[in-house]
Ligand binder design. Structure first.
Ligand code: AMP
Ligand code: GLY
Length: 421
């Protein structure tokens, strides 16, 4: 039995809490800072995610032995290193600062993939001293041009541009600080044409277990149009991901990544999120994330029948290889209800009304808060409506019905999740 702390405040963290509570190894569970959804299940802790010292003190006081990190920022900022130095007896599930560069630096990730022979788009990196070279490079290559800010840029750091002159303008802007420090190095990549999906593993840095795969829908508009968002919905399993494709992913991507982590002696106990694209029949890596996805977690985690806390704990006790991940055959889909205006400016504090029943579905909260006895919107992405059925189409229909029954001013959602499958 252990006391566990989950860091983060989105649908991902609500889904993690929901699952961890089902474990008979879980004593007390806390969410920091959590949201209105987690507060119905566990105790929310009002401390900033960036305040490692206070988080550490809270853990000591509440006899927390395991911290599970939801978002990437605290990992990239070194929360694992902080705990190792100051609270060595508390396990933190997530990679340390160096290992988090797999997500926190696109240049690092590309270089890692090249070293270990992991299939990915060809690339060149340019820093602020190499403006001239970058212009020559663009002059010699053909579009579409894929420009990526090296560092974390809240999902906005990737530009895909058809026209060469426009690409050169953007390159100039990025290298002169459009995304601050994050774009002081810019990665230019070969454009890959294919369909995207995501694969997730739990790893202790030596062994790994594969979780269910998922596909998310990033654009705000139906038919995959309009601006990028954090994710408007997700589906798991992904119908086109055959056993054969999964074997390729495991042999060509997962195994060499874990080998690379071992060879570089990276301290990586955590989730790895492989953002993949299928080009022809071949999987290639678009990106690594050092955490689970949101909203992917809201379909991946509910499909896992095994005890998640037991799997995570095994990463610290060295017996991960003796475990297995049992997965339901059922399809799960999630549909995000978002605030009007999102992903651009939107208002918060709108009163949400939920139906009294949502059979066959789970409402995971994302940007919500309780004020007095009112449930209010508190972010761009508000609620993730996860449903299960024998196929993804029926599951989407079920989420759609629920979406209609939930009300708040400005409510928006995509009605076409799974349309391209
Ligand atoms: P990233 O932040 O690296 O995942 O990129 C964001 C999105 O840009 C991806 O989900 C893809 O849709 C797209 N993208 C990134 N790299 C490429 C590429 N090399 N070719 C085509 N599309 C890409
Ligand atoms: N849904 C994409 C992500 O979590 O990065």
């Amino acid at each position: 039995m252990k006391n566990v702390l989950v860091l983060g405040s989105g649908g991902r963290e609500h889904a993690l809490c929901w699952k961890l509570l089902q474990s008979d190894q879980c004593d007390e569970l806390f969410a920091l800072p959590g949201n209105a959804g987690t507060s119905q299940l566990v105790q929310n802790v009002d401390i900033a995610l960036s305040d490692f010292r206070q988080i550490g003190d809270f853990c000591e006081k509440n006899k927390i032995s395991l911290v599970i990190v939801g978002p990437e920022q605290p990992l990239v900022d070194g929360i694992v290193n902080y705990f190792q130095e100051n609270h060595p007896d508390i396990h933190v599930f997530g990679p340390d600062k160096e290992a988090s560069k797999l997500e926190g630096s696109k240049d690092y990730a590309k270089e890692f993939m090249m070293e270990f022979g992991i299939p990915t788009a060809a690339y060149r990196s340019f820093n602020t001293d190499q403006l001239e070279e970058s212009m020559n490079f663009l002059d010699e290559s053909n579009g579409p041009y894929v420009l990526k800010a090296d560092g974390l840029a809240a999902g906005k750091g990737v530009l895909i541009i058809e026209d060469r002159e426009e690409a050169k303008v953007s390159m100039r802007e990025m290298l002169s600080g459009k995304f601050g420090e994050a774009s002081s190095t810019v990665v230019v990549e070969e454009f890959l044409d294919g369909i995207e999906f995501s694969v997730f593993v739990v790893t202790d840095g030596e062994e790994y277990l594969i979780l269910p795969e998922a596909k998310d829908y990033k654009r705000i508009g139906e038919g995959n149009t309009g601006l990028n968002t954090g994710g408007m919905g997700a589906v798991s399993p992904v119908p086109f991901v055959s056993k054969k494709l999964m074997r390729k992913v495991e042999d060509q991507v997962i195994k060499p990544t874990i080998e690379g982590i071992k060879k570089r002696k990276l301290n990586y106990k955590g989730f790895i999120f492989f953002g993949l694209i299928m080009v022809g029949d071949e999987p290639k890596v678009i990106e690594y994330n050092c955490r689970m996805g949101d909203p992917e977690t809201e379909v991946v985690i509910p499909r896992i029948e095994s005890d998640l806390l037991d799997l995570i704990s095994s990463c610290f006790s060295g017996d991960l290889s003796s475990k297995e991940v049992l997965i339901t055959e059922q399809s799960a889909t999630t549909v995000m209800l978002v605030s009007g205006g999102y992903p651009e400016a939107y208002e918060k504090g709108k009163k949400i009304s939920l139906p009294t029943e949502s059979k066959g579905s789970i409402i995971f909260h994302s940007g919500t808060k309780m004020e007095a006895s009112d449930l209010l919107t508190n972010g761009g992405r508000v609620l993730a409506l996860t449903s299960f059925a024998n196929n993804f189409k029926d599951a989407v229909q079920q989420s759609m019905k629920l979406a209609e029954q939930i009300e708040f001013e400005g409510k928006n959602y995509r009605r076409d999740i799974g349309f391209d499958l």
